[in-house]
Design a protein around this ligand. Structure first.
Ligand code: ASP
Length: 304
């Protein structure tokens, strides 16, 4: 065990504009980020595992109605909440993911149960819900996930779609961490795109696209246009540049964000490498984010 540890979290990059932010709203978001960071940091400071740290931070963000995951998730086209989540252990490359689950309080716990209690990596829809129920994951009624803000947003998106205007509203939460044992982990959880149809699944639960961790390189959690993040295999793209080309995390992030931009993907990501370096790039107006490490002070930021 050594002294080095690091953690970064995000609360999405989708629905941010400076005009919407009064000082008090900004304060609410910053407090929520601070609390979620502390949940994971506490685990790491006490010598705990990065997997537990990323899960703890993501649970705090899922439980907070401000973010698009768990309570506060966006509405899908049927007026429900359909959620995706993934978690990955960088020391074993074990991973667990779920897509299109409804009615479970903390989708990230379901993803972790898939990783640790099944022989599968990725479960979806009704089957994933059956699995979650069998494994005692906490359930919640539909009104638990309801927020007025998301409801109004859904209605606006529906109106625009009737006029054939595509307006993307999204958001996601995620965490990456390095623990004192040198193990990296990543976790991501989302309600996906507002008014999504046809069982649409974004990048968040797709291992290598929205979530990835490998002790030889880094841990990454993404947020943004899920389709483009899948096309760019974003999280794995960063890992490969570290592992195969020995690039720094910073350079790898620059290249990957350029690639993403070239296919019109907007959003951002958080990443931590095996040396505890942290990067949090984005090409949107802002990204809810926070980080801390054993050798750097806590940062909580929304805009540039
Ligand atoms: N990437 C997520 C998705 O496409 C949304 C987001 O991160 O904002 O489902």
């Amino acid at each position: 065990m050594n002294d080095l540890f690091a953690i970064a979290i995000h609360g999405g990059a989708g629905t941010l504009s400076r005009e919407r932010f009064s000082t008090s709203v900004r304060q609410q978001y910053e407090n929520a980020l601070q609390q979620a960071l502390q949940a994971g940091l506490h685990v790491l400071q006490n010598g705990g595992r990065s997997l537990d740290a990323v899960e703890a931070s993501v649970i705090a963000l899922e439980d907070c109605p401000l973010f698009n995951a768990g309570c506060g998730a966006v509405f899908d086209a049927l007026g429900g909440h359909s959620m995706d989540a993934a978690i990955m252990n960088g020391s074993t490359l074990e991973a667990g993911a779920v897509a299109g689950i409804s009615g479970f309080k903390n989708p990230i716990r379901v993803a972790r149960a898939v990783m640790e209690k099944s022989r599968y990596v990725f479960l979806s829809g009704q089957g994933a819900s059956d699995f979650a129920r069998e494994h005692g994951c906490a359930e919640a009624a539909a009104d638990y996930f309801y927020t007025e803000f998301r409801y109004n947003e859904w209605k606006q998106v529906q109106e625009k779609e009737q006029q054939n205007i595509v307006e993307k509203r999204f958001g996601t939460v995620g965490a990456v961490a390095l623990d004192r044992d040198g193990t990296l982990a990543a976790a991501t959880s989302t309600g996906g795109l507002t008014n999504k149809k046809y069982g649409r699944v974004g990048d968040s639960p797709v291992i290598g696209s929205g979530t990835y961790a490998n002790n030889n390189s880094c841990a990454v959690s993404c947020t943004g246009d899920g389709e483009q993040f899948i096309q760019a295999v974003t999280a794995y793209d960063i890992s490969c540049q570290l592992e195969y080309k020995q690039l720094t995390l910073q350079d790898a992030c620059v290249h990957t964000m350029e690639r993403l931009g070239s296919i019109k993907g907007s959003g951002g990501l958080i990443a931590v490498d095996r040396f505890g370096n942290i990067q949090m790039p984005f090409n949107t107006e802002g990204m809810y984010r926070a980080c801390a490490s054993s050798n750097a002070p806590t940062q909580v930021k929304i805009f540039d």
